[in-house]
Design a protein around this ligand. Structure first.
Ligand SMILES: Nc1nc2c(ncn2[C@@H]2O[C@H](COP(=O)(O)OP(=O)(O)OP(=O)(O)O)[C@@H](O)[C@H]2O)c(=O)[nH]1
Ligand SMILES: [Mg+2]
Length: 219
């Protein structure tokens, strides 16, 4: 099974090298960095480390993922932030789970092992509201609908529809995975971001809530 990784980035020069190095320990892997006009050295570092770098001018977390995922050549896909908050060491066991259990989608779940340092109460409450809304509207139980670490089969992604362009891509891809196949969540450690986040907590949180309803109407 060929491995491909997709990493969306805007100004992640401080951490992207470490993330790519971590993924390279998996062996033969295609790494695609989808960058939206970073003004720092993200693109140069990623290229130097051997990643394929795509410049996607249109902004949006979902836009970046859709672009990157349209170019992967692997059968097993790994997705994570470029900010170094998701542990690359956990990816190998997550891939093994995909193979052993014959599941289609493994999502890293951050809430079980959260601490006050890496996960604020506001994010916890916001995430819980979004999880409960998904449970109410779709009857799918997710512990961390907003997680950005996923390992999945390309086959299941190819059957997904109606994925958002923005931050709600993260909840959409999980809702689609449950609708089409088998998703499991695995507790992971979450790191502390060293640089400014692209997440605007209130705006993105409320927007994600709205997009759960949009998804319900479109599904
Ligand atoms: N190409 C591209 N990448 C983006 C865009 N928005 C966010 N990203 C990247 O997507 C990843 C997730 O964004 P973050 O800012 O880390 O958001 P988050 O993980 O929800 O928030 P934190 O927990 O604070 O890290 C990061 O690697 C960002 O650099 C975008 O519009 N285009
Ligand atoms: Mg992040």
């Amino acid at each position: 099974m060929k491995l491909s990784a997709v990493i969306p980035t805007i100004n992640e020069g401080r951490t992207i090298g470490r993330v790519i190095d971590g993924l390279k320990t998996l062996g033969d892997i295609e790494i695609i960095v989808v960058d939206s006009d970073s003004t720092d050295d993200t693109k140069e570092i990623a290229r130097l480390k051997g990643a394929k770098v795509i410049n996607e001018k249109k902004k949006g977390y979902g836009v970046a993922y859709k672009r990157g995922l349209s170019e992967v050549t692997g059968d097993i896909i790994i997705c994570m932030d470029g900010d170094g908050t998701y542990p690359t060491e956990i990816v190998k066991p997550l891939i093994e789970l995909l193979e052993i259990d014959n599941v289609d989608f493994v999502s890293g779940e951050r809430l079980t092992l959260r601490t006050s340092r890496n996960y604020t109460t506001l994010h916890y409450v916001g995430n819980t509201v979004l999880n409960k809304t998904i449970s109410f509207l779709f009857k799918y139980e997710l512990k961390d609908s907003q997680s950005g670490l996923w390992v999945f089969r390309k086959q299941i992604y190819d059957r997904m529809t109606n994925l958002s362009d923005g931050m709600s891509f993260s909840q959409d891809i999980k809702i689609e995975a449950i609708r089409l196949g088998k998703l499991i969540e695995v507790p992971i450690n979450y790191g502390v971001r060293a640089t400014k986040s692209n997440l605007r907590t209130w705006r993105d949180g409320l927007s994600n809530l709205f997009y759960i309803f949009v998804k319900r109407v479109n599904t």
